[in-house]
Design a protein around this ligand. Structure first.
Ligand code: PBG
Length: 328
């Protein structure tokens, strides 16, 4: 036998069978990693599928609990709530109304499924008639410091209704610190903030804007959300939010920003959430509906890649199906 003739390192040895593959597997996906977004709306008996997001529904409050039970049954223990208000106005007043749709949803879930962990999206774009994330000046720009007051009122109102955690998604400057102070002052020192820190102005939010009826009536969000070309700025955005008191930082979207997830996590060493957004979901669903891809393989591969990049948690519309597949 002639030594040194063949490659010494033979990775295939450890790939030959599920047990050795398990031994060296670096990333393990689990239902515990998932947060499921839910859309609540006024009315009765509504379970309206979002056309561009098959399998995702806008639910009236009376239809909420079956969905919560289904999530718990497949091991998903956390939801992110979005509200479609009955009425929209320039200041988004329903967002911080103690009897707003999200507040009512929090009370129902708290009372009927205390084991479900409730995170609420804190933003104004679903509630303003112009669809921007805060009140506007005459030129149509969001007035940053006025938005902060309303966002803080919204966060406190959610906490009062029983939200376990709040998630500001507006991208106004200084909102994490402002909301932290407001929560503390109202006695909610123990309510953590999951900050949408590194949030890009993305085309991938299109289907969500159908789901949440939150498309801006004019212009776009590039004056407050980030430029997709910037990664270093993405790390800085998360660093600012940590300095202001964020408990979790987020990178959003996920799939076109795996490098940013990696950098935020490795440079800041802070718990990092990734939002696998609506457009990313819809692309997979559309291809799967045409039988162009194997949906199960593709979804689990995508979610694994988000986790491998450094995400500790993943907000994903695939949560229910993925949790079921992982349990099989
Ligand atoms: C609200 C908000 C958006 C999303 C989450 N919160 C839309 C936006 O910023 O335009 C997008 C979520 C998704 O696409 O799945 N500001």
């Amino acid at each position: 036998m002639e030594y040194g003739k063949f490659p010494a390192y033979r990775p295939r040895r450890m790939r030959n069978g599920e047990v050795p593959r398990q031994f060296i597997r670096e990333t393990e996906l689990s239902a515990k990693d998932f947060i499921y977004p839910l859309f609540v709306k006024p009315g009765e008996g509504c379970r309206d599928e979002v056309p561009s997001m098959p399998g995702v529904y806008q639910l009236s409050l009376d239809m909420l609990m079956p969905e919560i039970e289904e999530l718990l049954a497949c091991g998903v223990k956390s939801v992110l709530l979005f509200g479609l208000p009955a009425h929209k106005d320039p200041l988004g007043t329903e967002a911080y109304d103690d009897h707003g749709i999200v507040q009512e949803a929090c009370r129902i879930i708290r009372a009927q499924a205390p084991e479900m962990y409730i995170i609420t999206d804190v933003c104004l774009c679903e509630y303003t008639d112009h669809g921007h994330c805060g009140p506007l000046d005459e030129a149509g720009n969001v007035v940053n410091d006025e938005a902060l007051k309303l966002l803080a009122a919204e966060a406190v109102s959610h906490a009062r209704a029983g939200a376990h955690m709040v998630a500001p998604s507006d991208m106004m400057d200084g909102r994490v610190g402002y909301i932290r102070a407001a929560l503390d002052e109202a006695g909610f020192q123990d309510v953590p903030i999951m900050a949408y820190s590194t949030k890009y102005a993305s085309g991938f939010y299109g289907p969500f804007r159908d789901a949440a009826d939150s498309a801006p009536s004019f212009g776009d969000r590039r004056a407050y959300q980030m430029d997709p070309a910037n990664a270093r700025e993405g790390v800085r955005e998360s660093a600012y939010d940590i300095a202001e008191g964020a408990d979790l930082v987020m990178v959003k979207p996920a799939l076109s920003y795996l490098d940013v997830i990696y950098r935020v996590k490795s440079e800041l060493q802070f718990p990092t959430v990734a939002y696998n957004v609506s457009g990313e979901y819809s692309m997979v669903k559309a291809a799967a509906a045409n039988d162009w891809i194997d949906e199960r393989r593709v979804v689990l591969e995508l979610l694994t890649s988000i986790k491998r990049a450094g995400a500790d948690m993943i907000i994903t519309y695939h949560a229910k199906e993925a949790a079921r597949w992982l349990a099989e």
